[in-house]
Design a binder for this molecule. Structure first.
Ligand code: CNA
Length: 246
């Protein structure tokens, strides 16, 4: 596959790579995205992920999403995650900023990861603020029921809902890495959700290049040095083969 060779050549020419990933890197692992073909928005309303709606009626979220959490928890990394992990091992990757909450980059071996939209690993009570680990709240959530704190408050996973701010430390780290990188590699994101979507602009503003691997258009395609409209797992599998990694 010529494109994988081309991708590796661009990566080899880079000093420091900032990687921004979205739900499209995890669809080959069986986790549906939001806006892609067959994505969640074809079945459920984006309102499910609104913090206003969650506060009014948490059962709406848990009923719709609870049973799906099992797919996320059982998922395994795919070649796209493994390629990014290999690039980090080879010292190419400065940071991976992911919009995903599935933990698959860490499972694939990446250490330098920031989770812009949080993760399912922890949760907290909306009434008293008490923290919970995944083991404490997921049993109820998986059954589609609202997990509750001993104070009676609703437990919410530490993932960022629409209408909530991003974790400031993660966003700060991502902006710093995007600004110093000479290459931003976007994989599997429609770049439709702000502010994550604006991170490649920091690399571009500092004279760096942008490479996008995504099925479908993004608003930054016209500014990309190269856009690969290909499945991430396909180009990644071939790139890993060329790198001699199985
Ligand atoms: P999105 O807006 O759903 O975009 C995903 C993009 O990936 C779309 O343009 C798809 O066409 C494209 N795509 C899908 N599969 C592939 C593939 N195999 N190869 C190449 N491209 C592909 O998702 P974003 O991440 O851009 O939007 C941000 C939301 C989605 C964030 O808030 C995430 O937290 C949220 N999300 C995360 C997960 C997860 O953790 N795995 C799952 C679903 C949604």
């Amino acid at each position: 596959m010529r494109e994988a060779e081309e991708l590796l050549k661009i990566l080899e020419g880079a000093r420091e790579v900032f990687v921004l990933t979205g739900a499209g890197v995890s669809t080959p692992s069986g986790i549906p995205d939001f806006r892609g073909k067959g994505g969640l928005y074809e079945r459920i309303s984006p309102e499910v992920f609104s913090i206003e709606r969650f506060k009014k009626d948490p059962s709406f979220f848990y009923r719709q999403i609870g049973p799906m959490l099992k797919i996320i928890l059982d998922a395994e990394p795919n070649p796209a995650h493994y390629l990014i992990a290999e690039l980090e091992r080879r010292g190419r990757v400065k940071l991976v900023a992911t919009q995903n909450i599935d933990g698959l980059h860490q499972k694939a071996g990446n250490r330098k990861v920031v989770e812009l939209h949080g993760s399912l690993e922890a949760a907290h009570c909306l009434s008293c603020g008490r923290s919970f680990s995944k083991e404490d709240y997921l049993q109820e959530a998986l059954r589609g029921r609202v997990p509750r704190c001993s104070c009676g408050g609703v437990i919410k996973p530490d993932v960022v809902f629409f209408g909530e701010p991003l974790p400031s430390r993660a966003l700060y780290e991502a902006i710093k890495a995007a600004s110093s990188a000479d290459l931003c590699l976007v994989m599997g994101s429609s770049l439709a959700v702000y502010p994550a979507s604006s991170l490649p602009e920091y690399t571009l503003a500092h004279g760096g290049k942008l490479v996008i691997i995504n099925l479908g258009e993004t608003y930054l395609d016209p500014l990309a040095h190269r856009k690969f409209d290909l499945p991430v797992e396909k180009i990644s599998r071939e790139a890993l083969r060329l790198l001699g990694v199985n």
